[in-house]
Design a binder for this molecule. Structure first.
Ligand SMILES: C[S@@+](CC[C@H](N)C(=O)[O-])C[C@H]1O[C@@H](n2cnc3c(N)ncnc32)[C@H](O)[C@@H]1O
Length: 233
């Protein structure tokens, strides 16, 4: 049968992750069983009322691909007057963060366990997010895998529509070719302004270190941070 453009709808999406079959630790498993309903927002294909997710109405920071969650937990603890939403598909990371949220009594942090591309498309209303962080997204270094990278012009355009005017987009990577790709994509987006001047990386980024970053440092990797602000107009 001849194919036509409507078939695109049924193609398998290009995923930016592989679900690893890493085992859950006992404490991650327990946390998933006990606290999922309290802190994980179930994915449904409809817009979320962000204000109703948290006990307080406050600006929301969104971290995409928080991994084991050390940066997300630190940020939520350091800014109790703000709200934080984390998106991750890796269940050990979800379990770890659930354990810590309960253990540390954190009130301003919720999680979504779903592909961030779907969450952005379906759940996040436009112009609602104060800050979006994507710290050390999988670099997919092989050329044939580059299309799996999260940072692509269309996805960055969608992220920019989710930011409030003046909102911040913060990306970091330890893979120089990905940093250069990020820079090219971000500089080409007319609604985002580089906070360090066109073509420059941020030398003093305000964010906690992440687990993936620490691993890279042990291997002698560099780090490139990119910080962009959504234009007001
Ligand atoms: C290289 S790790 C970095 C984790 C963490 N940010 C850090 O620096 O330690 C990238 C993470 O992004 C997650 N990820 C990749 N694509 C994703 C997507 N489309 N939606 C949600 N999470 C995703 C992966 O599961 C993985 O945990």
């Amino acid at each position: 049968m001849a194919s036509n453009s409507s078939d695109n709808k049924y193609r398998r999406p290009v995923r930016s992750y592989v679900i690893r079959s890493g085992r859950l630790t006992e404490s991650q498993r327990k946390a998933i069983t006990s606290y999922w309903a309290d802190y994980v927002v179930e994915f449904l294909p409809q817009p979320l009322d962000l204000n109703s997710l948290f006990p307080q109405i406050a600006p929301v920071s969104l971290e995409i691909g928080f991994g084991m969650g050390s940066s997300l937990l630190t940020m939520a603890q350091q800014a109790p007057e703000k709200n934080f939403l984390g998106i991750e598909v890796h269940r050990p990371g979800i379990g770890k963060v659930l354990h810590e949220i309960e253990n540390l009594g954190i009130k301003n942090l919720k999680l979504i366990c779903q592909d961030a591309k779907e969450v952005i498309d379906e759940n996040i209303p436009d112009s609602t997010i104060e800050r979006i962080l994507m710290l050390f997204p999988d670099p997919w270094p092989k050329k044939r895998h580059n299309k799996r990278r999260l940072v692509q012009p269309e996805f960055i355009e969608k992220l920019s529509t989710k930011l409030q005017p003046d909102g911040l987009l913060h990306l970091a990577t330890d893979w120089q070719p990905y940093a250069e790709h990020m820079m090219e994509v971000l500089e080409a987006n007319a609604s985002l302004q580089n906070q360090n001047g066109a073509g420059n990386y941020s030398q003093s980024p305000e964010r906690p270190r992440t687990k993936f970053e620490a691993r890279g440092e042990r291997l002698g990797h560099g780090v490139w941070d990119l910080l962009y602000r959504k234009s007001v107009a």
